[in-house]
Every structure is written in structure tokens, then in C-alpha cells.
Design a protein around this ligand. Sequence first.
Ligand code: PEP
Length: 252
Amino acid sequence: MRKKLVAGNWKMNQNSAEISLFASDILSRLQDSTPNADILICPPFVYIEQLKSLFAHSNIQLGAQNVNNNKNGAFTGEISAAMLSDMEIKWCIVGHSERRKYNHESNTELTQKIEQLFSMQINPVFCCGEMLPERNAGNHFEVVKKQIEGVLWNLPEDVMNTITIAYEPVWAIGTGVTASNNQAQEMHAFIRMLVSGKFGDTLAQNIRILYGGSVTADNASELFLMPDIDGGLVGGASLKAESFFQIINSCK
Ligand code: PEP
């Protein structure tokens, strides 16, 4: 039985004062509830330290939004897996569509990032998902298959065991347009089938596949009821404690 995971991707949002308010709000809401999900927040790097102390006695885990694909060296402005590990980070988003778009991340780089993370016992949340013209042309399964094959098929099974996949149709990210429950479910089932074909059924049944793309407190319950949806990667709705808490509470 896969435990659900609700992960917040704060992107380049929040400041120190907002983070303090968010933390006290979410912690007081979580105090009286027993969430049926693992909880993860991926803030901008510079706020990891602040959140680490605010969440020290809670079950909220922290993740990074990115990592460099090299071990160390002359890469100005970059952050290594060893540095994340030094900050006790246990999760990291890899291949978010915004980074694929603005930073032109290649399959080779994404594979290297995952290898760097694995060397530091950090769990990658690997993002994939088609763009609107690709879906409209009926190519969405093919596109997602290529993204997965191009990166995850390079990995040995012990690395693959640490992966969480996030299916994030690009047309649903930050748009307020969510994939329907059935659209999301059929892609998640397809991804699980691909993983089963390559790594076997046990790994495929254990791997968590999150849905991301305009998840809100209103649509989370129904999405999370679908058999192959194991939680969500949440952008906008993770910025406010109230909506993030409701999404966490949608996990049955
Ligand atoms: C995301 O950033 O991964 C995301 C899914 O954003 P939003 O929930 O705002 O669509």
C-alpha cells in the first residue's frame, strides 16, 4: 500500500516574514490532525535553514527545487547535492517543466542530477508531462514515455527505488485548468505500466506517482481517490497554509 505524498513547490515565492506566518499556521492546523500523507515543502534554497528550525519538531519534510548535475567546482550560483545533504535535505525536484523550459535541461543533465542526489541519499521527485499542443495532437502518451525513458531508463534499480514520479501536464501548471480525474488516472496507470515493463511489478507497485497541475483544496480529494494517483505536487495552493492543509487532509 503506497502512502500518499503531498509536496509543495514554492518556486520563487514567499519571504522570511511570510514563511514564519505560514509555519505557525500550518503547524497549529496539523497539531490536531493525523494526516494520511507524507508532507514535503520545497522552498527556495535561501529559506531552507529558516524552515528547518521552524519545522524541527514536526512531520513536515523539506526538499530542494533543483540541484546541480556536477559534484562540485566552478559553477557560480549553483548548489550541489552534498550541500543539500549538509542541510539535511532528503528530497529534490528534478526536471520541473519550468526548468526544462527556461534552463533547457537535457535528459543527460537530469540523469546526472539524479545520480548526484543518489550519492547523497536524497530522493528525487522526477517531473514529466506534455504540453498542450502535444495533448491536442494525441501525442501525450508518447511524449511522457520519451521523457521517462530518456532519464529513468538510464538508472539502475537501486537508484530507481528512490524515485518519486510527478506527472505534471504543462497546460495544467499554474493555469487553473486541472487534468480531469480520468485524464490524470489514465496517464498515471500508463506510467506505472511502463515502469513495470522495465523494472518489474514490485517496483512499479511501490513507486509513488504524484499528480501536479492546479491542484486545489477543491479538486484534491477526487484526484487522490484515483487508484494510481499517490498524492500531489502542488504549486500555488501550497503557498497558503489553509489550502495546503486542506489538500493534505484530502488524502484518505
Ligand atoms: C508546480 O509548480 O509543480 C505546479 C503544479 O504548480 P500549480 O499547482 O500552481 O499548478
